[in-house]
Write a protein that binds this ligand. Structure first.
Ligand code: CA
Length: 229
């Protein structure tokens, strides 16, 4: 089996070397890019399984790199590395499609655990969820991140795709708001259960023929939501 590839994007020498060493020791194949432009170049040439992306980079910022990556339709998991006191940046990072966030200084043990968790989730995603979901008249293309409903086509955000994958894996069973936060939003605790509700409203507008009377993305009262294909 091919080794799992991790791209480390970090300009600080000591940090880059330390991360590379730790990841190689874990058995990953590691490439290192020292600035944003080099990162985009590396991403054009190869398809890593995960990206560790520093936000504060010379030439192109980590946010620039992330935005470009998602504009190109790349779904590779991205864990952002940032300095303390960048709460606002954190939100911005998730909006741009980051999967997780680690604040410097971080413990290597914790970082490696998050890398493993992210890769595991990616593996189980790929195993269990088909690329196309059929929900009544709606056809959901998870790969293209698009919903076709009658003549209408709607784009899905990365977050919405992740919510649908989780709902699909648990189809017929309720998924709690807390579980959405844990599995879709990651370890960061700033989003509230209200965030989940807001995303469900948007998803219903895209998936349901009559969003105010949903028949597929249902409310599980007192718990969360349930998908009925
Ligand atoms: Ca930096």
């Amino acid at each position: 089996m091919a080794r799992v590839r991790v791209l480390v994007v970090e300009d600080e020498e000591a940090m880059a070397v330390g991360l590379e060493y730790a990841l190689v020791r874990e058995g990953y194949e590691v490439a290192v890019a020292r600035d944003g432009a080099a990162a985009l170049e590396a991403l054009r040439k190869s398809a890593p399984d995960l990206v560790l992306l520093d936000v504060m980079l010379p030439r192109r910022s980590g946010f620039d790199v992330l935005a470009q990556l998602r504009r190109d339709g790349r779904e590779v998991p991205v864990i952002l590395l940032t300095a303390k006191n960048q709460e606002v940046d954190k939100l911005h990072g998730f909006d741009l499609g980051a999967d997780d966030y680690v604040t410097k200084p971080f413990s290597l043990v914790e970082l490696l655990a998050r890398v493993r968790a992210r890769l595991r989730r990616r593996a189980s995603d790929a195993a269990d969820v088909p690329e196309e979901l059929v929900l009544g008249p709606a056809r959901v293309d998870l790969r293209a991140m698009r919903v076709q409903l009658g003549t209408r086509t709607e784009e899905l955000s990365l977050r919405e795709v992740d919510m649908l994958k989780l709902l699909w894996r648990e189809r017929g069973r309720p998924v709690s708001r807390e579980r959405f936060l844990d599995e879709v939003w990651g370890h960061e605790s700033f989003p509230t259960t209200r965030t989940v509700d807001q995303h469900v409203v948007k998803l219903r507008q895209k998936l349901e023929a009559d969003p105010s009377n949903p028949v597929h993305l249902l409310t599980a009262f007192g718990v969360g939501y349930r998908l009925e294909p």
